[in-house]
Structures are given as C-alpha cells and as structure tokens.
Design a protein around this ligand. Structure first.
Ligand SMILES: NC(=O)c1ccc[n+]([C@@H]2O[C@H](COP(=O)([O-])OP(=O)(O)OC[C@H]3O[C@@H](n4cnc5c(N)ncnc54)[C@H](O)[C@@H]3O)[C@@H](O)[C@H]2O)c1
Length: 263
C-alpha cells in the first residue's frame, strides 16, 4: 500500500525525550502531519508551552507530561494517562538518552550505571509499558522507534559506556521486533552520528572537559546532521512505507559509518 500524505492525521504518538534535540524535532514533525502528540520527558521546564507549540505546528491534539524512563511506575502512569488523553497509542518514539564521557579506567560507577539506566534499561521499561496500549487499539500501522547511535556500529574511545548501552539497546530492538512480529508492531532503531543538539554542543570544538572524547563531526556529505534529519527517519519508520521493516538499526549519518573517509 502506498502511504498517503495524511497518514499520521489524528494518529496518537508518544515521544519520550521530547524536551530537547531530536525528540523535540520529532514531536514537531508528527505535529506538522496532524498527529495527536504526547511530549514526555524527565525535564519539564522546556516542556512549558510546548503543547501549544505542537498545536500551532498542526497537531490535532497535544499534551506534555513528566516521565522518567528510569522509573517504571512513573512511566506506566504517564503512558496510560497519555494514551487515555490521546485516545490510544499507535507509535512510541524513544529518544531519551544521556552521554557521559571519559576513559573506562576513570569512569565512576554511578555514571556508568546512569548511562545504562536511561539508554538501555529505560528503553525496555518504556517499550514494555507501551506494548499493551499499542496492542489494544485498532488493527492498523503500529510501531516503536528508538534512538540508538553510530556508537553502536563504531564505538569510540572515551565513550565506552555510552557505546555499550547503545549496542545493547539495538539488541533489545532486534529481539523485541521478533517477539512482536506476529502482532504487526514493528520495532526499529536509528543510528545517527553527530547531530547538532544540546547533547553534542558542549563537545563542538576542543574543550578541556571533553576527557579525550571526539565527536564524529562533519559527515562525508559535508555537514553535521540537524535534529530534523533524524525526525524524518522517525516518521519513515512509523509510516506505512516501512511496514515490512522490523528489527533493524538504521544508520542516518550522511555516510559517517559506511567507510573510513579519504585521508
Ligand atoms: N546528538 C547526537 O549527536 C546523537 C547521536 C547519536 C545518537 N543520539 C541519541 O539520540 C537521542 C536524543 O539525543 P539528543 O541529541 O536529542 O539529546 P538531548 O540531550 O538534546 O535530548 C535528550 C533528552 O532525553 C531526556 N532524558 C534524559 N534522561 C531521561 C530520563 N531519565 N527520562 C526521560 N527522558 C530523559 C533529556 O531530558 C532530553 O530532553 C539520545 O538517545 C542520544 O543518545 C544523539
């Protein structure tokens, strides 16, 4: 079936990590397609007024609410409330994530644990909470899309915990995709290299606080990705056009992980 321009009109979508960067751009992209959008994040200050922004962008309905992906009770409650308010759930977009840099020999245990609690365990908690709502609604296109990273494909020095959390997330995506395949719910991940967001902005240019960590930076296509580049990929993996794609981690990186560039 060929997808229609209006395929997201009125469709309920929850975006976790919507207060910033890729999540914010993705919530706005679904809003521009007329979706009903729940913007969820642990950081609520930037969500102030965001529901109005989503409605202005075109959302048929919009809400924002606090949700911490480390806390299953809070997440279950937030997703149930969002589902009730939006009238169902067709798509979950998981963009919540944290980056902690430093050599593995020097990293504190609590930093290592935080990275896994949000990036990997948080995804499992969120997907598990969303599945009953995705399964309950009408028989139509349903999906889960998570933000992995180019670090899952090509890890870098000074971000070992982050890279390990992202390949672990990608493995959870593969297994969940197969476990849910018969339900028709697709489960995929996106692997960007550097995207211009508050996560990476502190590392643009050399800083003493970088602990030897280097961004992938400009891609072979000659630029750094914008959050909207990744939002478009989230739309695609939620669309009718991708209904037979499940279990993948799709690089959206301007060729950054395809091959070593010319010297
Ligand atoms: N920016 C990049 O270059 C890049 C590259 C590859 C992958 N990614 C991934 O894309 C995703 C989005 O990153 P971004 O660049 O937009 O970063 P960002 O820091 O701008 O946004 C991340 C969002 O996650 C939220 N978050 C953090 N902990 C949370 C928690 N416990 N519960 C709920 N929400 C929480 C933050 O509050 C923030 O709004 C992340 O998973 C990141 O690892 C980013």
């Amino acid at each position: 079936m060929i997808s229609e321009a209006t395929e997201f009109q009125g469709r309920p979508v929850a975006v976790l990590g919507a207060a910033s960067g890729i999540g914010r751009a993705t919530a706005l992209a679904f809003a521009a397609k007329g979706a009903r959008v729940a913007a969820l994040d642990v950081n609520t200050d930037p969500l102030e007024g965001f529901a109005d922004d989503l409605r202005t962008a075109g959302a048929e309905e919009a809400l924002s609410a606090v949700a911490d992906v480390r806390d299953s009770n809070m997440l279950n409650t937030a997703l149930k409330q969002a589902t009730d308010d939006l009238g169902g759930l067709d798509h979950l977009i998981f963009t919540s994530g944290i980056l902690r840099v430093g050599a593995l020999a020097d990293m504190a245990e609590n930093e290592f644990d935080d990275v896994f609690a949000v990036n990997m365990r948080g995804f499992w908690i969120a997907a598990r909470a969303a599945l009953p709502h995705l399964q309950a609604g009408p028989d139509r296109r349903k999906s889960i899309t998570a933000l992995s990273s180019a670090a899952a494909i090509r890890p870098k020095a000074s971000s070992g915990a982050y890279a390990a959390s992202k390949i672990a997330l990608s493995h959870l995506v593969r297994v969940l995709a197969v476990e849910q395949a018969s339900s028709g719910i697709t489960v995929n991940a996106i692997a960007p290299a550097t995207v211009d967001t508050p996560m990476t902005q502190p590392f643009m240019g050399e800083t003493n606080a970088s602990h030897g960590y280097r961004l992938s930076g400009t891609s072979p296509m000659g630029r750094i990705a914008q959050p909207e580049d990744i939002a478009e990929a989230c739309l695609f993996l939620s669309s009718q056009a991708s209904s037979y794609i499940t279990g993948i981690t799709m690089p959206v990186d301007g060729g950054s992980t395809a091959a070593m560039p010319r010297g």
